[in-house]
Design a protein around this ligand. Structure first.
Ligand code: CP
Length: 345
């Protein structure tokens, strides 16, 4: 499996066997974390991390990943340079990407919905960077996708349904019900993590169910890919518009707030208006009562968690919560992706 030089913008861009190759290496790296086998894969190499938006897990896990592979992750924000935008003159993506690629073995970018004038503009920017950078471009969360999160998610689910940490069983996920439930709250969150989760769950043969209030539909193209993934596995895709029924028989429950498709007006994300809209839907929360309707489901979330709105403390910190394992898996899957795409394996 030769993934050297490949970008990772969306998991749909990688074949199933390429995803499995990365996940298998991640599991080996997790089981044998500080082995000398991994310690010089990125020796003398730099990974540039370009963050338009803040992060805890992504920044820390990429930095730790580069360190554990013997390399270095360098942090940058737009304020460090003069980059061309719709509002101001500055350096083009062609120039910035070409120069960054002369310094680094790979480039990661995070740009979320509040930093772009319309939905999809962040993903378009990443594709433009990837066009000019002749080193791998890794999506560290844009306004459409969060592929590293998706890999960490599916690894965590497969560990819980497999033999535990570092011993995932992806076959065990086939036919299991994945519920993506919209969550209450005042965070007006991006679509990237939930869309990435739909794509990876359906890709690994899970039955996908969504529960959200009417008016909270996601990207029709992503829904179409999810449906096609489900059809390829002979599994189903259902949508309900109440906060209870989706839990019936679920094996993996994911509850997170997200904005409506009408979130942008006049080239600006209307965050306050989205928060006010969401206030009409109190109680779309994963509770212990709702979890009782499931088939002993695990609870999953990419974090940060909006406790009390998306999920109760009892569930988020309960015995079937996979959230910390999945946060840890960010490190292992990113080590694997960096090793395969940029490293001396
Ligand atoms: N899940 C995730 O990407 O977390 P951060 O925003 O803290 O990086």
């Amino acid at each position: 499996m030769d993934l050297y030089g490949r970008d990772l913008i969306c998991t749909q861009d990688w074949s199933f066997s390429e995803l499995v190759a990365a996940l298998d290496l991640a599991a080996r790296m997790k089981r044998d974390r500080f082995s000398a086998r991994w310690a010089s894969i990125l020796q003398y190499k730099t990974f540039i991390m370009f963050f338009y938006n803040p992060s805890v897990r992504t920044r820390l896990s990429f930095e730790a990943a580069a360190t554990e592979l013997g390399g270095h992750a360098q942090f940058m924000t737009p304020s460090a340079g003069r980059f061309k935008t719709q509002q101001q003159a500055g350096e083009t993506i062609e120039d910035a990407a070409t120069v960054m690629a002369r310094y680094a073995a790979g480039i990661g970018i995070r740009i979320l919905e509040d930093k772009v004038p319309y939905y999809g503009a962040g993903d378009e920017m990443l594709l433009e960077y990837a066009r000019w950078a002749d080193v791998p471009l890794i999506n560290m969360a844009d306004d459409r996708f969060h592929p590293c999160q998706a890999l960490a998610d599916v690894m965590g689910w497969a560990e819980w349904y497999g033999e535990g940490p570092g011993r995932p069983d992806y076959e065990a996920l086939r036919g299991k019900k994945f519920l993506l439930a919209w969550g209450s709250g005042a965070l007006a969150r991006s679509w990237c993590s939930v869309q990435a989760a739909l794509l990876i769950a359906s890709r690994f043969g899970m039955h996908v169910a969504m529960a959200h209030p009417e008016g909270y539909e996601l990207d029709p193209e992503v829904i179409g890919w999810t449906q096609a993934n489900c059809a390829a596995h002979g599994t189903g895709f259902d949508v309900v518009h109440d906060p209870d029924s989706g839990y019936e028989g679920a094996h993996v429950v994911y509850c997170r707030n997200w904005v409506t498709p009408a979130a942008y007006q006049d080239g600006v994300l209307q965050k306050q208006a989205e928060i006010e809209k969401a206030m009409a839907y109190q109680g779309w929360t994963t509770t212990a009562e709702r979890m009782k309707r499931t088939d002993n489901a695990i609870f999953t979330h990419p974090m940060p968690v909006d406790r009390g709105s998306e999920v109760t403390d009892a569930v988020a910190s309960g015995p079937r919560s996979a959230i910390y394992d999945i946060a840890e898996n960010r490190l292992h899957v990113q080590k694997a992706v960096m090793a395969l795409t940029m490293g001396n394996l």
